[in-house]
Structure formats: C-alpha cells, structure tokens
Design a protein around this ligand. Structure first.
Ligand SMILES: [Zn+2]
Length: 618
C-alpha cells in the first residue's frame, strides 16, 4: 500500500483529539492477571509513579513527538510504558504501529508474551480481527508478526527486517531494547533511521518511543537518544530536610562482616544534604509524585536538541518496594565490583548507564612497583602464594619463541613464574627454539606440571600444529580473534583439518579488558587479602617486559557493526602481552573442562574448578 493511501485509510474521518491520558486509560482499563505480576488487580501507577509522566508524553493531546527512556532493570518500564501505550493506541487513538525489538526471535515471542496478555488484561482482544476480507479467507488479522484492529495495525519486527522496515507508513514507532540492535543492515543503512523515516507521513501526530537498557557507551543508541532530549531525572525529597535530589550510587552505604558478607541491616541511603539515613521501605513515600500525594518529580537537566523531544533516565535504585531492594543491589555489587565482566552488566542493568571501557592500559611503572612489594626471583613463587595449577603461553615469531609460565590460585590470583626467549629459526621443528620449548614443557614448577600450554599458531601455523600433534594432551595451538564473540566462555575449541590436534580460538579483546582490570589491582593494605585477579611478578623482570605487557592500547574503530573498542599494539612489541593472554585462555579452557556443559554460553564453573583443585592439593 502507498504511504499516503494508508494515511488516508486510517485517518479518514475528522477526529477529535482525545483528552484522555495514557495513565488514565491504564488505570481505568487494565486489570493485571494473577501469575504475570507480583501485584495482580487493577493497574495503578502508585507503585511506579515515575512512569506516569513518561507514558503521558505519549498521549494524543501531548505535543511531545519523541520519547527516550534509558533505564536500569526491574523498574516496571515495559508494563507501565510500552504495554500501556500499545493498549491506549489500539483502544483510544488507533493508527498504524510498528514495534521493533532486539532481534527476530524476540519479535516473534513479543506478540505472544507482551501484546496478547496486555490485550486480554484491558479487555481489547475482541478488537483484533481482519479489517479487510481477503479472497481466500486465510487472513485472520492476528498473526505472529501482525495484528489488525479498527483504524490501524500492529507490526512486530526484528531490526534486521530491512525490507519490511521500508514498506509501511507508520504513525507509532516503538523501539524496544534498541541497544541490542545491529548498527547497520548491509547497504540499507541504519535500521532505526529507516524506521523513523516511515513516520514522516504522520509528522504532526506521530509518537516515537525509545526504551532500552544501555550497553556500550561507544555504540549506545539509547544514550544518544537520551542526550538528544531534555535529560530529565527523577528528583525525590529527603524525609527529614525535604531536600530534592536524584538517587546516586555513592550515597548508598553498607557494611560487611569479617567474611566479607553483607550485613543486611547496614544498608541505607544517606541524604546528600542533611545526612539522614533512608531505608528501602522509605521508597513507598519518597517516590510518590503529585498525583500520588507526594512531591517527587521529573526535572529536565538539559535543553533538547529537537523540538517536542523528552528523554528520561532512571536507575534501579528507584526500583519500587516489592521490586529490586537496595540490599539486593548491594549484594550484586559485592559480587561484581572486582570482576570487569560482571561490573559491565551491573553498570548497564543497575545504574542504567552505558559501559565506558575505562580499563585503559595501566601505567607500566605502577605495575613494576609490585615486583618489589613481595620480592621473589624468576623460577620461584612469592611467599604468600599457594599454587594450584600451572599454565604456559607461547608466542611464535620468525626467529624465536617467547614463553611465559604462570601459576594460579583461587580468584584467578596469579604469579608469573618465568619468562623465556628461546632463540632459533622457528620454521625448523627440530631446531633449538622448539627443543627449548619442549624442554620447558617437560619440567615441573613449584612441584606442579604445566597443565595446559597454548602455542600461538597465527604465524607458523602448520609447524605449530605439528609440534602440538606430538603431545597427547596438555599442549594446544591457539589463535587470537578480537572481533568474534565466543559466548560467555571467551574461547572455542575447533578441530583442525589434517592434524591430530584441536585449536583454541580466543576472544582476545575481552581477555585484554579483563587483564587490564586485574593490573589495576593494588597491593592490599595490611590485614587485607589480595583482590581477585591480582598479578604477582618476579623481581628480576625488566622494564621491557612491563612495557610489552600493556603494549596493546585501546582504540575505537568504526566497523559495519558500529564503533567498537579494540586493543592495538601499534608498532610496539607485545610478545609478553600475548603470552599472558594465552596463559589466561589456558586457565579458561582448563576451568571450562570440569563441567559437562560445553556450550559457548555455559558459564565457566569457576567455584567448582577451584574447589576441585584445592581438594587435589589437600
Ligand atoms: Zn536530608
């Protein structure tokens, strides 16, 4: 159908603008069923009053045309904003709707999981039927990706459906979880720009809703959408002094016991003005907006770059009573704060902020100081260190092999045992470089053998495969790959055609991020334990080693998938860095092997791994 034809067909009669707000509609029409929600019964904004103003920007009578909500998890946004908006459109001011979700699979279940229950809860199911009789009678007006109702239709697509994104004029555009979308679709360009162009016919009545938890700063769509709007934040009053403030993570205080477990009763929020302590149960009062008898309110903090554009940001600190408690947020924080990967998730889902890779390479001089804090010589281990398992990582150059031998203890606390430069022509498998490596592999270190060695096969590929074939176990070729994703495990084991060995493909970018996080860990103060990931180095390692270790610098590159962070050594030597990454990958492979689950997305069973090693050592 031609765009204008759709516009004419769906807006044929003169229509009055409804004065009903989306929030009023929801409280009048929606009954939340048991089983789907913790609070069944008539829908009320009392629990999540901060969602009221957002959803009312989407009312027909509001001049606002575009709304962006950047949010943490468990704030009730999907039910209160997205679902209510959909029901309101279908019931009160119908028009063509396109809803785009994270991917095609999500789009398929979206209708079933979100839309159908919402229609039922608002008594709207009877409105969904074919609006135009088709010749063969196949069209029910209600399919997995399309629903028809009087005055409009709802299409649900994944962002990759570029052709579909181009084919209909739409009045209402819902962009759900847009940070999960790809940046570009082949030659078609950006999926969101394509979808937004579809609303041009309805310039004076369209509504565009962006709603997402942010992911990476460098490529975050929702963050860009938030910055383009008026950047509203939710201000709440202090129960004692009345000072209006936004909730900030640093003002949430807690204590831990001797075992570093959270003391639950200690969790409280401190008023930034008078120092009064607030508890999680105070949320029921301070979250209330004017309609709910309180004074909390959204306040813009910027001037929008476009007319009629509102943007909102809210973190999980605001999660209502009955939702995510402050105590449970602190518990998650204690788990995440020393783990760069968990910290990223925490930043996205709790703070509702995009992750900015701040784990730039640390200063080499600061890492070098650690050599002297608990001095030990190459070939030995620091006095405080109890080794449980050894690994080796080797980098193969034309005229030499460089290898690092490492020992590990729980929490991935590591000690470098020794670093070797084995000179010799590496094209000759019987030459002195390879003989030197075989010699290293045959020895014990701190009374433990090397459990797994990973040898870089990127340069002398078939020679490395041949060398590894000579071992029944414990020595594998590896290749680093910075752009590919290997799921949560960060590595993949692959067969090598023509050789009796498997190869380990490694996600080097993630491991480098992790390493640089660990290198930031300082030497513990007296009475404290080493932080997870702490790295010990022998006192005789030269400055050159440390320069190489952090040689890969973070750089942003534009790719077909958007701007992405990479690590690039430029012209600097980085063999020590590579050896370290192969050692880390070897530890991942060993830990991954203790569970039967081999799926790349199965989490590595670290607890089980360390428990087994400690039992072995006992
Ligand atoms: Zn106060």
């Amino acid at each position: 159908m031609d765009e204008r034809a759709v516009a004419i067909l769906t807006r044929a009669r003169p229509e009055r603008i409804t004065t009903m707000l989306v929030s009023q509609w929801a409280e009048k029409k929606r009954i939340l069923p048991k089983g789907l929600t913790s609070r069944p019964g008539p829908f009320r904004f009392d629990e999540t009053p901060y969602m009221r103003e957002i959803v009312d920007c989407l009312a027909e009578s509001s001049p606002v045309r575009e709304v962006a909500l950047m949010k943490g998890a468990q704030l009730g946004g999907t039910v209160a904003v997205l679902e209510n908006f959909l029901g309101y459109i279908i019931d009160v001011c119908p028009g063509p709707i396109m809803a785009i979700t994270g991917d095609k699979d999500m789009a398929d279940v979206w209708m079933e999981k979100r839309v159908d229950p919402m229609l039922q809860s608002a008594g709207l199911s009877h409105k969904i039927f074919a609006q135009i009789k088709k010749k063969h009678g196949h069209n029910t007006g209600d399919t997995k990706s399309a629903k028809e109702f009087p005055g409009g239709f709802l299409l649900s697509y994944g962002p990759n459906s570029a052709a579909k994104l181009r084919s209909n004029a739409i009045q209402y555009l819902l962009l759900d979880e847009e940070d999960a979308y790809p940046q570009e679709i082949g030659k078609e360009g950006d999926p969101i720009s394509l979808a937004i162009r579809r609303t041009d016919t309805f310039e004076n009545s369209r509504k565009i809703l962006h709603i997402s938890t942010p992911l990476e700063m460098s490529s975050s769509r929702i963050h860009a959408a938030y910055l383009a709007g008026d950047q509203s934040k939710y201000f709440v009053p202090c129960k004692k002094c009345g000072h209006m403030q936004t909730l900030k993570w640093d003002n949430l205080k807690y204590e831990t016991d001797n075992h570093k477990n959270l003391i639950y009763d200690s969790v409280h929020y401190v008023c930034e003005s008078c120092g009064e302590h607030w508890t999680n149960s105070d949320k029921a009062n301070f979250l209330r907006d004017a309609q709910a008898g309180g004074v909390a309110e959204w306040r813009p903090t910027a001037v929008a770059t476009k007319r009629h554009y509102r943007s909102f940001w809210i973190s999980s600190l605001y999660s209502p009573p009955g939702g995510r408690s402050w105590e449970s947020l602190v518990e998650e924080w204690l788990e995440a704060k020393d783990n760069p990967i968990k910290l990223r998730v925490f930043c996205n889902t709790v703070w509702g902020e995009p992750w900015e890779d701040r784990l730039n390479a640390p200063d080499h001089a600061r890492i070098m100081i650690r050599r002297d804090l608990e001095p030990y010589a190459s070939g030995s281990l620091p006095p405080s260190f109890s080794p449980l398992i050894n690994t080796l990582g080797a980098d193969v150059q034309e005229d030499r092999i460089e290898a690092e031998i490492m020992s590990w203890s729980p929490g991935k606390i590591s000690a470098s045992i020794s670093y070797h430069v084995l000179e010799g022509d590496t094209s000759d498998l019987s030459g002195r470089a390879w003989r030197g490596l075989a010699d290293l592999l045959s020895q014990d270190y701190a009374e433990l053998p090397i459990s797994l060695a990973l040898i870089d096969a990127g340069f002398r590929t078939s020679t490395v495969y041949q060398f590894c074939e000579g071992y029944a176990s414990g020595v594998l070729p590896c290749m680093g790959e910075s752009s590919q994703s290997y799921g949560k495990r960060l590595f993949a084991l692959r067969d090598v055609p023509g050789f009796a060995t498997q190869r380990v493909d490694i996600q080097t970018r993630q491991l480098t991020s992790e390493l640089y996080g660990y290198l930031q860990r300082g030497y513990p103060s007296e009475g404290q334990d080493f932080a997870p990931g702490y790295c010990h180095f022998p006192v005789d390692y030269p400055e050159k080693y440390f320069l190489q270790l952090i040689a890969d610098k973070p750089v942003k590159k534009k790719t077909s998938a958007g701007v992405r962070l990479y690590y690039d050594p430029g012209s600097a030597r980085n063999e020590a860095h590579d050896c370290r990454i192969y050692n880390m990958a070897a530890l991942y492979v060993l830990a991954g092997a203790v569970s039967d689950e081999v799926s790349p997305d199965a989490p590595i069973p670290w607890e089980l791994f360390w428990t087994m090693l400690m039992a072995r050592a006992a």
